[in-house]
Design a protein around this ligand. Structure first.
Ligand SMILES: C[S@@+](CC[C@H](N)C(=O)[O-])C[C@H]1O[C@@H](n2cnc3c(N)ncnc32)[C@H](O)[C@@H]1O
Length: 207
């Protein structure tokens, strides 16, 4: 167990880094994939003023917002995480209630590290998909990152009805050949790439 002194030292270092607005990147394969492969892919063709919603924030995501060539908005339901959100463009609220805060205004939504970290069941995931569908332009991109193992989820993403409101696509990222890709075998971190499809008549309106 870490000593009290060590924890205190880390906490002070973290506060100083935040105060100085220094990046605090995590050095794991999934983070490297997100920052060095997914972000450049997203940055290829944004139109002027395109908005990107990044759901869930942490000390190690603060430097993401300036890496992305979008008008980046952030949301997290944890009030204490507000300091890690994009300053002046952050909302304290749930991903399962996006339409309380946003209209159909995003070209891209990144929902990484939510399942098993506050969005824990199939119904919640279905609601997240409904909300993302309502807030993305038609053809907009939804990237879901999650730990594909029993410790984090007890359902299969593709089995959730609202998953069918999106179309899987293979991103133009070198060496990536499928819409779903496990990038870290240690924690099973997996990314899936989806595009929003037009709403079908049978689709129930949102409540
Ligand atoms: C493991 S961190 C992931 C942070 C970041 N998205 C990333 O790429 O690592 C989980 C964060 O997501 C937030 N979160 C989890 N479920 C959420 C939900 N339904 N709505 C908004 N934020 C949520 C938590 O409060 C926490 O700050």
């Amino acid at each position: 167990m870490r000593s009290l002194f060590e924890r205190l030292r880390r906490s002070v270092r973290k506060r100083i880094a935040i105060w100085r607005d220094e990046p605090m990147p995590l050095r794991t394969p999934d983070r490297e994939f997100l920052e060095q492969r997914i972000f450049p892919f997203l940055n290829v063709h944004p139109a002027a003023g395109d908005k990107l919603l990044f759901i869930g924030v942490a000390a190690y995501t603060r430097h993401y917002y300036r890496q992305l060539r979008y008008d980046v908005r952030t949301i997290d339901f944890n009030r204490r995480a507000k300091k890690y959100g994009h300053s002046g463009r952050h909302v304290v609220g749930s991903a399962t209630e996006l339409t309380r805060f946003y209209g159909r205004e995003f070209a891209v939504i990144v929902a990484n590290g939510l399942i098993g970290y506050g969005l824990d069941d199939r119904a919640g995931f279905g609601r997240l998909l409904q909300m993302c569908h309502a807030c993305l332009y038609e053809g907009g991109v939804l990237i879901i990152g999650y730990n594909d193992n029993a410790a984090h989820l007890d359902f299969v993403l593709r089995d959730v009805e609202e998953y069918g409101w999106f179309e899987e696509f293979v991103p133009a990222i070198n060496t990536v050949t499928s819409a779903t890709i496990k990038v870290n075998p240690t924690n099973d971190h997996t990314f899936v790439f989806l595009k929003s499809q037009p709403a079908r008549r049978s689709q129930a309106p949102l409540r």
